[in-house]
Design a protein around this ligand. Structure first.
Ligand code: ADP
Ligand code: MG
Length: 367
């Protein structure tokens, strides 16, 4: 490990962008990733079946199975606030969001590593609880915790998790296999996590007496359920032609699928499986449940495309998981649209970009 920088030595105020110099805010999260991707080296020995650009990298170690690798970071003040989540739930979620990326490839998660940065004043009990959460989630999915890294942080907690998984050869489902005419499906319900976050931001959901819908939405936000069994079954039965998990919001995540598959999509707003808690809470919070479903993010459901009959898709779902058909893949030139009531069609926009946090926030889909 190199000697750490002193805080603030890389970014403003000590090293602000010069006038006219391009900033990360202008580039955007996806602009930055595209730039890194163009320059990313691939070693001469190969073995990289898929590098940057999907939910996980696909590597070929030889043998009947391929290796899947993904990493995701949770940062205090960006992804969570310790005032509104327990360290235990945070630990579970930190692992769950990575398991979700392995699920989205149709794989099985096997091993996890945790990089942790925490200020010296962090209560030891908090970290014990956090690891209790990570370990509980790992046990649920038969995942082994095999390493990590620990260092001091000037302020705030940062958790970086890496998960390795495996998938039988030729079974991995990428974002690139969708073709015009494929139907678009999602698992579970949408918008519940955004509803939970909105409730927490209002100061709701922290008391036991809170009503059942608030509790449900907050739970959806705090403890997402990675769809590992569903992802694996969709891959094994060759039902999904393309798949990814819903981390940034349907609009933003489908945009990634469209880029990789070079297609467009048409979503039918009336078919979106809105989370019942989101529907109940939206009017009370002055929000739009449909906008939560399309732009809210963090539902960690799977969105996938399929050419197979609806009955085959439904039959592939594990017990307790529902799949809903929500639209159709179209040619790229038709773009990405959402069709609302009375045939009203709008561009499918919304979703989260880390360096432009307000860009796609709470769009009114059909105002
Ligand atoms: P997800 O939301 O599924 O975790 P991301 O949008 O975070 O996916 O990442 C998209 C792709 O870009 C992935 O292949 C990821 O590994 C890669 N990626 C993201 N950030 C970086 C980075 N800073 N350097 C290299 N690759 C990155
Ligand atoms: Mg993902």
């Amino acid at each position: 490990m190199p000697k750490p920088f002193s805080v603030g030595s890389v970014v403003s105020p000590k090293r602000p962008a010069r006038r006219g110099e391009r900033t990360l805010a202008a580039l955007g999260e996806f602009g930055l990733i595209a730039q890194i991707r163009r320059r990313a080296p691939i070693g001469r020995r190969g073995g990289v079946l898929l590098g940057i650009g999907d939910d996980a990298a696909i590597l070929d170690p030889g043998g009947p199975r391929l290796l899947l690798v993904t990493t995701d970071m949770l940062v205090e003040g960006v992804h969570f606030a310790l005032a509104t989540t327990s360290p235990y739930a945070l630990g579970r979620k930190a692992l769950a969001v990575n398991l979700s990326d392995i699920a989205a490839m149709g794989g099985t998660p096997r091993y996890a590593l945790i990089a942790l940065a925490a200020p010296p004043v962090t209560p030891a009990r908090l970290l014990r609880e956090l690891y209790r959460g990570v370990c509980a989630e790992a046990k649920r999915f038969n995942v082994s915790l095999v390493g990590g890294d620990t260092c001091a942080a000037p302020a705030g907690l940062t958790l970086g998790l890496t998960v390795l998984g495996e998938v039988p050869r030729r079974q991995a489902v990428t974002r690139a296999g969708a073709r015009p005419g494929d139907r678009i499906w999602v698992t579970g319900t949408l918008g519940g996590s955004a509803a939970g976050l909105a409730a927490l931001q209002r100061g709701w959901g922290t008391r036991r007496s809170e009503d059942a819908w608030v509790r449900r939405a907050v739970r959806r936000h705090r403890l997402p359920e990675p769809r590992c069994a569903a992802g694996r079954r969709l891959a094994a039965r060759r039902i999904a032609t393309a798949m990814l998990d819903l981390s940034d919001g349907l609009a933003s995540d489908l945009a990634r699928l469209c880029e990789e598959s070079r297609v467009g999509v048409r979503i039918d707003a009336g078919r979106l499986p809105l989370d019942p808690a989101a529907q109940r809470l939206a009017p009370r919070l002055g929000a739009d449940a449909l906008a939560w479903a399309v732009g809210g993010g963090e539902d960690y459901e799977l969105v996938f495309t399929s050419r197979r009959p609806a009955a085959a898709v439904r039959a592939a779902m594990p017990p307790g998981v529902r799949a809903t058909e929500v639209g159709i893949v179209v040619e790229q030139r038709h773009g990405r649209t959402i069709e609302g009531p009375h045939g009203l069609t709008r561009p499918l926009i919304g979703g989260y970009d880390h360096f432009r946090p307000n860009a796609g926030k709470r769009p009114r889909v059909f105002a």
